[in-house]
Ligand binder design. Sequence first.
Ligand code: ZN
Length: 482
Amino acid sequence: MPHWGYLILAGVVILVAVLLGRTIFFRSRRYTVEPLPGIKIDVERAAKRLSGAVQIPTITAPDPEKADRAPFEKFIRYLEQAFPAAHKALEREIVNNYSLLYRWKGSGGELKPALLMAHIDVVPVEEGTEQHWQHPPFGGEVAEGFVWGRGTMDVKNQIILILEAVELLLAEGYTPERDFYLAFGHDEEVRGDDGAVKIAELLQSRGISLEYVLDEGGAATLGAMPGVERPIAAVGIAEKGYADVKITAEGEAGHSSMPPKHTAAGLIGKAVVQLEKRQRPARISPYLKEMLAYVGPEMGFGLRLILANLWLFGPLFTAVFKANRAGNALLRTTTAVTVLEGGKVPNVLPRKAGAVINFRIAPGETVDGLLAHIRKVVGDKIKVEPLIATEPSRISPVESTGFKAIERAVYATFPQSAAVPYIVMGGTDAIRYEQICDQIYRFTPMLISTEDLERIHGTNERLSLENIELGVRFYLELIKGE
Ligand SMILES: [Zn+2]
């Protein structure tokens, strides 16, 4: 063998050694937590309290003027009756008529307060699906080991389970060291302008800055990640931005027998094709790297080898992930053409045509950057206007008091799962607290399957009694165990 042959051989041996070495030392971040000594959870009582909450139909209306506010007033009174001890011990304020802010005063000291969040409003039941519910959506029936109804997973469960945990701790005379705030907005499902925004402004006006915020978000989900056997407890450290962008083209009107090269409808068609083709770049961003560092070690050898060596396999990983819808959404700002408008008459040139494209903006990108991209792709003959646009959230750290407290509570409650930071694709109220907090997380403590995720905003939403117990336990561990 000529001597360059030995050099190549040596190179290959070193490469394999490096790859294997990195794979072997790519260690799981899971750890074991000793749960707090027994506080007895009364599951039946908590289930009854959740059932009562579900029976008050606090349905959001897209137009706040048209919303029926009576159920929201009733809900506030319901909580007072259902949780008398919490209402006696905690300060409560009604913010902007229907949202709630509680303060559980800590024993003092230097610690900054924490904020536990949820929302009071629920989405309506889609017309025509009522008969598919095994139990009526606002009946709050407790049957077959579940509490059934709208809001049992999104997210009256969180309101009830947080208050349940607080009452159990009050009953044993416990006072947390830091202040705990509880904030329940009333319009999360229509973006939170009247609820969470007003609560955050109120806290800010009082000069309060928060150590961490925990809102709804990922759950401990079985089958969430191909190749991972255990449930993934997905703790959102960021959320995507949102933009509906309208593009409009104008053309000559008139008869279609002697058309120009492109009609207005043709120009829009061309623009739409280009926008689908030239999407925002797919990349392994810092938050995705963080997530992969947590989830990678839980995977089989082949995937672990790839994830431990992204310096080499990055492009391969990106190509594979891009081919999968969920993977693609993690890698980039997504582009979905949702509305097309053009002419109405087959033999008349449309004077105007348009389309609306829905973008979910990846953290690290901006609305302005997206609009500049769209203008570049569609060219200057086409008008571009954002209808709604919100920036993506900041990315919260994982090396932080808040993440560590949540991670600890996850392992104390769901010891079989792996806590993994991830990015929430939809919006939550949590982003509204960015002015007063750098550690914002999104996790709903329940152990479910991927099929169960369809119940959220869907049919047969329900929460098992087991999950009620786990949920209360999670908040006990979070508040007391830190
Ligand atoms: Zn929700």
